[in-house]
Design a protein around this ligand. Structure first.
Ligand code: ATP
Length: 124
């Protein structure tokens, strides 16, 4: 049987958008890595305008920027969840946190690689 919570309502959809924006606001306000990624993204976007990159290159740059932010948001939320589940030292929590950090590492490496492929030939 369907309960009230399962019903589609515009008000409920608007609320869930508000929760998502609240998460985004908290991410940029409290996570130090978020600010580092934000500065890197701003530099990449300014450089893209300056070098007048093509539409395809814009797609690549914006995609990797988003990928890094998405990975970092998941990493931060997994860290927070892990701290609630197990505030004490736990080898399994270490693996979970290290793997979440590895996801950020992979996307950041990809971003540097794509940035290098697009920007370096135009700069030198
Ligand atoms: N409860 C725990 N048990 C075992 N190891 C842990 C635990 N908490 C953290 N660690 C280890 O310390 C590392 C850093 O964890 P921490 O939660 O401090 O992230 P952080 O330094 O805040 O990361 P970030 O720089 O991404 O914000 C983890 O990747 C893990 O190796």
């Amino acid at each position: 049987m369907k309960n009230e919570k399962d019903k589609f309502t515009i008000a409920a959809r608007i609320k869930s958008f508000k929760y998502a924006f609240n998460g985004l606001w908290k991410f940029f306000k409290f996570e130090h890595n978020a600010r580092i990624h934000l500065v890197a993204a701003a530099i990449a976007i300014l450089l893209s305008f300056y070098l007048e990159i093509s539409a395809t290159e814009w797609v690549a740059i914006l995609s990797v920027i988003c990928a890094v932010f998405v990975a970092e948001i998941f990493n931060s939320s997994i860290e927070k969840l892990a701290d609630v589940v197990s505030p004490e030292i736990n080898p399994q929590i270490k693996t979970v946190k290290d793997m979440a950090a590895a996801a950020v590492l992979i996307t950041a490496c990809l971003a540097i690689l794509i940035g290098g492929i697009i920007f370096l030939p135009k700069l030198f």
